[in-house]
Design a protein around this ligand. Structure first.
Ligand code: NDP
Length: 248
């Protein structure tokens, strides 16, 4: 899918919710979706970052986005329910949900893991994704063709030393996607995962501070896969975990 080329209007009239839209991969995905015609709902923790993405989308001529400041760590059932109701009221449907927001915590031996860090990672990377997906289902069912994308990782497919709670959370994401994909079967909703692969973002720099950034992919390089799974070209794709980069 890394060579996929989306039509300029591939996401015309679609409404897409992107979590973690203020920075990194989520920021570029939100702008890319808007450039292809989608009205994007920007959800993230830091309002000023979401506002900057809003401005970028307006500057490139994309449809007017919406901003939802929300800390997924502390978000409640009611917050997600309210979000679903607001989307239904304002847009009448939701065509896409990119579950992208994530945290990595600190790397180290599992034997020494800190339980509060473990809990926080599970809350943001797993529980919040499960909750937001559950509460978006009613409004996703109103779309003629809805796509849910979870964000996985190489360490969520094959265990690797020192990746601790982050790796465990990404295994959970893969399992959640597969379980959900089996349950939706042949409905209007499809559910898949993307493994972005090593990408130059603040998260990557936090665990590899000395890495040569020029050797890394940038978020823009991943967008063919993000566009493919969000566009109707992937209508029949369900329960897959795709790599956004070619393996080196
Ligand atoms: P960044 O750290 O660059 O961006 C993460 C985004 O998630 C930020 O916008 C951040 O908001 C948001 N976020 C974090 N915590 C919360 C929270 N509690 N509530 C709401 N929003 C939150 O990460 P990347 O872009 O690198 O990663 C995006 C996804 O890709 C993650 O799921 C990550 O695990 C995955 N991934 C990344 C890889 C890489 O090499 N970069 C490789 C494999 C997977 P704010 O800035 O306001 O804190």
């Amino acid at each position: 899918m890394q060579t996929y080329k989306a039509a300029d209007n591939a996401l015309q009239d679609k409404v897409i919710l992107v979590t973690g839209a203020g920075d990194g991969i989520g920021r570029v995905a939100a702008i890319t979706y808007a450039k292809h015609g989608a009205t994007v709902i920007l959800l993230g923790k830091t309002t000023s970052k979401l506002e900057a993405v809003y401005d970028e989308i307006i500057a490139v001529g994309g449809p007017k986005p919406a901003i939802v400041p929300m800390d997924l760590k502390g978000a409640s059932k009611q917050n997600f329910r309210d979000l679903g109701a607001t989307i239904e009221q304002q847009f009448g449907k939701l065509d896409g949900l990119l579950n992208n927001a994530g945290i990595i915590g600190s790397l180290g031996p599992l034997e020494h893991f800190c339980s509060s860090t473990f809990d926080n990672i599970m809350k943001v990377n797993v529980t919040a994704q499960a909750m937001i997906t559950k509460y978006m289902f009613p409004v996703l069912r109103k779309s003629p063709s809805a796509s849910i994308i979870f964000t996985s990782s190489g360490v969520g497919r094959q265990g690797r030393e020192f990746w601790g709670a982050y790796a465990i959370s990404k295994f959970a994401v893969e399992g959640m996607m597969q379980t959900w994909a089996c349950e939706v079967g042949k409905t209007n909703i499809r559910i898949n995962c993307i493994n972005p692969g090593a990408t130059h973002t603040a998260m990557r720099a936090s665990v590899y501070p000395g890495e040569d950034r020029d050797k890394l992919a940038c978020p823009e390089d991943l967008m063919p896969t993000y566009l493919y799974l969000m566009s109707d070209d992937s209508k029949d794709v369900n329960g897959q975990s795709l790599d956004a980069q070619t393996k080196k």
